[in-house]
Ligand binder design. Structure first.
Ligand SMILES: Cc1cc2nc3c(=O)[nH]c(=O)nc-3n(C[C@H](O)[C@H](O)[C@H](O)COP(=O)(O)OP(=O)(O)OC[C@H]3O[C@@H](n4cnc5c(N)ncnc54)[C@H](O)[C@@H]3O)c2cc1C
Length: 415
């Protein structure tokens, strides 16, 4: 069934009952106004801690009501429902500012990776507490010398009698300052070419030797961190997948990241704030302003259908491939276009407001945050490279370092 047919077909009795259940629960339990910092990015650390606690409490209630992990396997704490159920929930939830942003990396990336490559013990141990929000997860891939070229990473894990010793530095780790666990990739064999000597582990973010330092960003908030590992003991049972096969696991995480970013947004009526803005400024008959809002609306609809196609292909067990890159790239274009449009329509009010004016910083924040959307989850240049090579069939970028032992490469601090 195509995405368009899926939105227009009649709901089954089961789906209608689910909609009613979600609607009633949300009406009784969901917050109606955003709680500051509940996306885990509050500028004030105390406010952030309170916000994380509030988000955990909300997620636990959602889980206990049978409304978390809708499409995840039942044997690990999910609901085993269809993507259609998830879409229904998202539609019903769209009017509410749910404080669930801090769980996105767990649900969108780490969880799917553990489900695909983890052991039975790992799935039994970690998935349900993740879904209930009792344990929050982060993704520890990027390093100071390895971002777009993440396979050039230098964090090292050396095998010991009962596991591995991890040393090195990660950076831009979203949410590490409040996370309980993370998926880390580290070099376990520098004599193999760079994509082959990497291994993935689950790391306890409270283990001895892990230091997390929040970074302050242009918005004034601290969303991501530097993370240092000094002789961190990784127990044997925390190995994900096979030793030296971590790149395959990392690809699963990265693929899911693009899907997660590319399929977010576009629910409910995301054009509404812009239409309201148009009206409040008396611009509803201005042909240029109308045209811009209409073109944003078209982009939002396209994004929604891309997201549905991605989710559907994941549900069918097909790797979404370069479509994930298309959706990720288009999502960041929307973020830039829409934030700029907001500021253009609001005018000077976007840069100065009274202290007690609730939500007045919204447009300024959107503009300051949008460059991050071009970088996070793989930059737009990288997505364009993938689309160029895998969709348009353009020649591949030269990769002279692909088959050399990692030890011989001059990357990062390795000289
Ligand atoms: C908001 C945010 C959240 C993030 N969260 C996480 C997280 O939780 N965990 C994590 O591991 N990482 C995270 N990151 C890091 C992110 O994945 C990297 O920043 C990103 O992959 C780019 O790497 P880099 O910053 O090292 O830039 P570089 O790779 O050094 O790139 C610098 C510039 O060169 C361009 N460039 C590089 N290579 C090519 C190429 N081959 N062709 C064309 N252009 C190229 C890039 O597009 C960019 O403009 C986050 C980043 C942001 C902004």
């Amino acid at each position: 069934m195509s995405a368009v047919e899926e939105t227009t077909r009649e709901e089954s009795a089961d789906e209608a009952a689910f909609r009613e259940k979600a609607r009633t629960w949300l009406r009784d339990n969901a917050p109606t106004s955003a709680v500051a910092g509940t996306q885990g990015v509050a500028a004030d650390p105390n406010e952030a801690t309170d916000a994380v606690t509030a988000a955990k409490q909300f997620q636990a209630k959602l889980f206990d009501a049978g409304l978390a992990g809708l499409t995840w396997p039942q044997e690990y704490g999910g609901q085993g429902l269809t993507s259609r159920h998830r879409r229904i929930f998202e539609e019903e939830a769209s009017p509410y500012p749910l404080p669930t942003g801090i769980f996105i990396i767990g649900f969108g990336m780490c969880g799917p990776t553990v489900l695909e490559h983890g052991t039975e013990e790992q799935k039994n141990r970690y998935i349900a507490p993740m879904l209930r929000g009792d344990e929050i997860w982060c993704q520890l891939f990027s390093e100071p010398g390895a971002g777009s070229d993440v396979a050039g990473l230098q964090a090292r894990a050396v095998e010991t009698e009962d596991g591995w010793l991890l040393n090195g530095q990660k950076v831009w780790t979203s949410g590490a300052h409040y996370c309980d666990y993370g998926l880390v990739i580290a070099r376990t064999d520098p004599d193999q070419p760079k994509h082959r000597g990497i291994t993935m582990f689950i790391v306890d973010m409270n283990a001895e030797g892990v230091t997390t330092r929040p970074l302050r960003q242009i918005t004034g908030e601290s969303h991501f961190n530097e993370v240092f590992f000094e002789d961190v003991h990784i127990p044997r049972e925390n190995l994900v997948g096979e030793v030296n096969d971590g790149w395959r696991c990392a690809i699963t995480t990265l693929m899911n990241e693009r899907v997660s970013i590319g399929s977010s947004g576009g629910d409910g009526d995301p054009i509404e704030p812009y239409v309201k803005l148009l009206r409040s400024r008396g611009l509803e008959d201005d042909p240029v302003a109308r045209d811009e809002v209409a073109s944003l609306y078209v982009r939002q609809r396209v994004q929604r259908y891309l997201g549905m196609r991605l989710n559907e292909s994941l549900r069918m067990g097909t790797a979404p491939g370069p479509l994930g890159s298309v959706a990720k790239l288009h999502g960041s274009i929307i973020s830039q276009v829409s934030s700029q449009m907001g500021v253009d329509l609001v005018g000077l009010d976007a840069v100065a407001w009274e202290d007690d004016e609730q939500g007045a910083d919204r447009w300024a924040q959107a503009v300051l945050q949008s460059p991050g959307s071009v970088i996070a989850g793989g930059t737009s240049d990288i997505q364009r490279n993938i689309i160029g090579e895998r969709v348009l069939g353009l020649p591949k970028e030269p990769q002279v370092d692909r088959d050399l032992p990692f030890r011989e490469l001059t990357v990062g601090t390795q000289r």
